[in-house]
Design a protein around this ligand. Structure first.
Ligand code: HEM
Length: 503
């Protein structure tokens, strides 16, 4: 009886051993073998591929994608990040699996500046984001509301034209057109969002400089985001203090504007509503029944400045720069605008709808110079297959290199050439359906401000080329070097000679 017992006692560990071997061979091993990850450039310990981003990441990533393909897996510090540089990959992320990629990566800087990411742009996917996005889409940026700001756009562009005219007292005076475009976008967004332009003299707050700092911080590289155990460095390099100071100053400014609105509302009912008026009505439960806290209201207002001013300015600056470098395109545009407004002293928004070439110029400028070259990062909410083959784990970031897509020779003939004609008689638009041209992103997290932005850009461009002939100060070519930041701006100021013309 003793022998079978010891025989059995040997069998059990043997079975366990065989089970573990089988499990290892057929399950553990086969799982990792079946998982296909996108190609990756070699990474370094700790920093991963951070050193390969360079000062202009859209260009460095474009170069890497030529070697590793249109879908790459990089590690920025400890963060896995997918870089998509083709129409197919962009469509897969923003259309096929839009819901999986519908959240944004968390950022401590954004949390500090946007009241715990209570805005629309950086808020994590969920019920709160749905509610604030629908407020913005339905109440602030729908077609009808955008139309209602027509007077603001027409007055502010007329002011800009007047100031440029004052600045060019002789045919050789050089003006900084970029400054005029910057003031135009700031003034329009200020009036639309806050009801009026706020200047330093009256409030003691340098609002324009403060907003510039907000944008600069959003474009700042934060080591703690990628290598969390190094986040103490932000205390030493001053980043934490800068963020704290800007957040405090912005908060004080927004509080003062809100108080002013509460007083104003008592005696100016019936005036056109600005964003803050509408948000205050929603806060009082008049419009949606959804309670909007004061912090959320301030975060949404900041979104319009962060999302609207720099992007529109950047688009206008690149477009004028390209037109200055391409006198034939400039002439064709002037002929269209002047031809369609014959006998009129001023272009109005009614005149714009027939301006095909104007729209083609704007599209071509977006193709070559999307203001957000890498869009705004998304993050996966669950494991997902990319392009049906690559396994992408949950919490991987996705960066879409629209700058690279705009220069893909498989999509565009002579992609480096500025040639608006390619968009005449073409169905390609930037509304998020044609993934060849997605400067405003696409899908659920797509930009809600595109109609607003296009209305400003079209009117400003049409009026500029209607009223002036432009030339570069010297015979040399314009510097098209880019600079780093949340938007990809041109580095040097846009200095031009503007010659008023009698139309
Ligand atoms: C030329 C002008 C503009 C460009 C190029 C632009 C571009 C973008 C891009 C690329 C995104 C991310 C899209 C995505 O993840 O798919 C975005 C999101 C956003 N934009 Fe714009 N934008 C512009 C103007 C505006 C304006 C005028 C406003 C508001 C006044 C605005 C408000 C927003 C908001 C709130 C979001 C976040 C949407 C979300 O996360 O759900 N943008 N924009």
């Amino acid at each position: 009886m003793d022998l079978p017992c010891s025989w059995y006692s040997l069998l059990i560990p043997l079975f366990v051993f065989i089970f573990l071997i089988i499990h290892h061979c057929f399950f553990t091993t086969s799982n990792t073998q079946n998982v296909l990850l996108p190609p990756s450039p070699t990474k370094l310990p700790i920093i991963g591929n951070l050193h390969q981003l360079g000062s202009l990441p859209h260009r460095s990533l474009h170069k890497l994608s030529k070697k590793y393909g249109p879908v790459m897996l990089l590690h920025l510090g400890s963060k896995p990040v997918i870089i998509a540089s083709s129409v197919e990959a962009a469509r897969d992320i923003m259309k096929t699996h839009d819901l999986v990629w519908a959240t944004r990566p968390k950022s401590s800087i954004v949390d500090r500046l946007f009241y715990g990411s209570k805005d629309v742009g950086f808020s994590p996917f969920g019920e709160y984001w749905r509610q604030v996005k629908s407020i913005v889409v339905l109440h602030l940026l729908n077609n009808k509301t955008v139309q209602s700001y027509r007077r603001v756009r027409e007055e502010e562009t007329a002011n800009m034209i007047g100031k440029i005219r004052d600045g060019c007292d002789s045919s050789s005076s050089v003006i900084n057109l970029g400054d005029h475009l910057g003031s135009l976008t700031n003034n329009i967004i200020s009036r639309v969002a806050l009801g009026r332009i706020h200047n330093e003299r009256e409030s003691g707050i340098a609002v324009k400089a403060l907003l510039e700092q907000l944008l600069a911080l959003l474009g700042t590289f934060n080591i703690g985001e990628y290598i969390p155990w190094l986040k103490w460095l932000n205390k030493i390099n001053g980043l934490d203090n800068r963020v704290k100071k800007v957040a405090k100053d912005l908060d004080e400014f927004l509080d003062s504007v809100i108080e002013e609105h509460i007083i104003k509302r008592e005696y100016s009912a019936g005036e056109a509503k600005d964003f803050l008026d509408v948000l205050q009505e929603i806060q009082n439960g008049k419009e949606t029944g959804f309670p909007l806290q004061r912090d959320s209201l301030k975060a949404i207002l900041l979104d319009s400045f962060a999302g609207g001013t720099d992007t529109i300015y950047t688009a206008l600056d690149w477009t004028m720069a390209e037109l200055l470098r391409h006198p034939r395109a400039m002439k064709t545009l002037q002929n269209e605008v002047r031809g369609l407004t014959q006998g009129k002293s001023e272009v109005t928004e009614d005149d714009l709808k027939n301006m095909e070439y104007l729209r083609a110029v704007i599209k071509e400028s977006f193709r070559l110079h999307p203001p957000n070259s890498l869009l705004v990062p998304r993050e996966s909410r669950e494991d997902v297959k990319l392009l049906g083959c690559y396994h992408i784990p949950v919490r991987t970031q996705a960066i879409i290199n629209v700058w690279a897509i705009g220069r893909d020779p498989l999509l565009w003939e002579n992609p480096e050439e500025f040639r608006p004609e390619r968009f005449l008689n073409s169905d390609i638009d930037f509304k998020g359906l044609n993934f060849e041209l997605i400067p405003f992103g696409a899908g659920r997290r797509g930009c809600p401000g595109s109609t607003f932005a296009i209305a400003v850009i079209e009117l400003a461009l049409a009026r500029l080329v209607h009223k002036f002939n432009f030339a570069l100060p010297k015979e040399e070519d314009l510097d098209m070097t880019e600079c780093t930041g949340i938007t990809t701006r041109r580095k040097s100021p846009l200095l031009v000679v503007a010659i008023p013309c009698s139309t």
